[in-house]
Design a protein around this ligand. Sequence first.
Ligand code: HDE
Length: 718
Amino acid sequence: MKDKKNTSPLENNKITKLADDKENGSGEFLTTNQGLKINDNQNSLKAGERGATLLEDFILREKITHFDHERIPERIVHARGSGAHGVFELYESQAEFTKAGFLNDTAVKTPVFVRFSTVAGSRGSGDLARDARGFSVKFYTQEGNYDLVGNNIPVFFIQDAIKFPDLIHAVKPEPHNEIPQAASAHDTFWDFISLMPESAHMIMWVMSDRGIPRSYRMMEGFGVHTFRLINAEGKSSFVKFHWKPLLGVHSVAWDEAKKINGNDPDFHRRDLWDAIESGAFPEWELGLQIVPEEDEHKFDFDLLDSTKLIPEELVPIKRVGKMTLNRNPDNFFAETEQVAFHLGHIVPGIDFTNDPLLQGRLFSYTDTQLLRLGGPNFHEIPINRPISPVHNNQRDGHMRQTINTSRTSYEPNSISGNDPKQATIAEGGFNSYHERIDARKIRDRSESFFDHFSQATLFFNSQSEPEKNHIVDALRFELGKVEREDIRKRMVGILTLIDASLAIRVADGLGLEVPAQPERPINHGVPADADKEKYESKIIKPSKKSINISPALSMANTIKNTAKSRMIAILATDGVNAAQLNALKKALIAAGAVPKIIATHNGYIKDDKGLAIKVDFTFLTAASVLFDALYVPGGAASVNSLLAEADAIHFVTEAFKHCKAIGADAEGADVLKAAIIPLNKNEKAPAGVIINGKSADFITAVAGHRFWEREKKPDVPA
Ligand code: HDE
């Protein structure tokens, strides 16, 4: 017995299944939604040429009605997103820890769909908001869909799901005037944060450069919560999931982020799309941090507390497989917008823990899809359908696609031989981990959740000097936008509990004194009848710390060995030195980088040999913030035109200010000098600036991403 829509993956894999639902009008007639061929798509049905429109016009009404309903409610959080298809391949069986098929069989290639997102902004907001990024992966496994719905930051703001609506209300635009869009730099957010000390650790991450990634392709991903892996013997281990990007982890500068949002609000979406279209498929390795069940209480934090991470130095990350994104969606709405993730989409071999944030999420995601996608049949939308067969007695509801042909829709039944029937564990039936629970029914938190500051300090201590400076600047910016001084002061008080120097530097920027006695964090965000004294010392003075520094937390320590897919601006115009330009272009392309010619005019320029070179952008349509590096070849005529173009000089100055790799040959160096880049004969060129160098040196500089030491140079305006 088979339901017509949901056939087995053995007969019908995901790719062909999606293909069944694809539509392409090429060579076809225009029709109504009922398949009726349309004869006139230009005029509505009227009573005479100049007469009133007739209600009878079913074609007009169908078209307008559909149009009226084109928008669906956007996601309450993570509304702004971009997606891509791909595949997950396992390196080595993990059967020792989990019986999940896709983590056991290295021969299986599991199709995936990934959606990246910002959190706070609306669907049309800019990509470069300072924010956490969503990193959701749907694995279409042979045992059902498994969703790993994570972020690019390994911890979260709050410990209990009951605070989530408060957090999101605080960060969203303020209710009276709906300002600001996609920004946390406003009073209500910092009011909440300053009253919720458990957010201290996540705040450090969001204020760091992790909050402004260079690309979705250059972000880490984290499952955040501790989950369980269950092996075939039923043995459980704790696990944290990680995604490690093979391009390394890179960010932009904050000044740059603001400008990118103006120049190209789709910067991350375009970057992902273009990379996949050009065949530069983004790749991540899946990492597992496994903690044996018996070690649950060996840490100085609670594994169930989502405001804590397990330092890699304590539990190494084992890389077990690779995900490659290799196909852009055919239709944004049908796939990226309608995809519905849920932590509760799970497969045998993976299970939950009692993390109270995780537990609350298990309720929220189905509930939100019901509203957003309009009813209980959202699993039938092509992007959400599993590749494994679906058979159950659920029926009907809004927009039901499946035509269930069985006479029975209940179990047990004898009419249909009691099919569809339950599966034993051996047959792949899901069986929740039998965790022992013997407890009182309470609303409370474990004392083991009360150290809010150790890991915030650990994160700050583990950053490089430039990264620390960026955190200070970000806090000065965000709190500088807060209007109420009491909130600013309270927040500076919270910072004193993370790091004294951080608090002093932020307070200096705000023109505030560091309070000798910060407002007591326990005064807020606790139950009405809480015994405040009991827990206060635990919140701010943890008894033990196993680790004071974790180099793995610094982006400065990420790999910087590839220029693959980096965007290189070549500033050139008529008369450019062909030999220099072509040599560098060739080397860049060989390294996988993407050179683009930026000229004073569109169309074609002529090099010094008279050959035409296609222009990609002009100084009107490009901006330095959209590129990773720039190069100015020689050629007197070209350089003279660039020197006369103020936008070209600004382009170079800005790239220097944003600490990017810069190369120049021969007369090209004059453009750098005009941009006030210090190039004294006797001195070494500033870091990352390569004059008359080898292509290989320039490419190494591009791979290095940023030369933050240049930030200290006060003499370069931008
Ligand atoms: Fe979500 N979250 N979340 N979240 N979340 C949603 O589900 C929610 C949390 C995350 O690309 C919503 O389909 C609650 C942590 C991502 O489609 C909603 C709590 C983490 C996405 C929801 C959290 C996330 C969402 C909105 C506190 C990192 C985008 C639309 C208990 C591990 C998924 C939707 C996509 C989306 C609720 C906390 C990640 C409302 C109640 C922690 C990546 O259901």
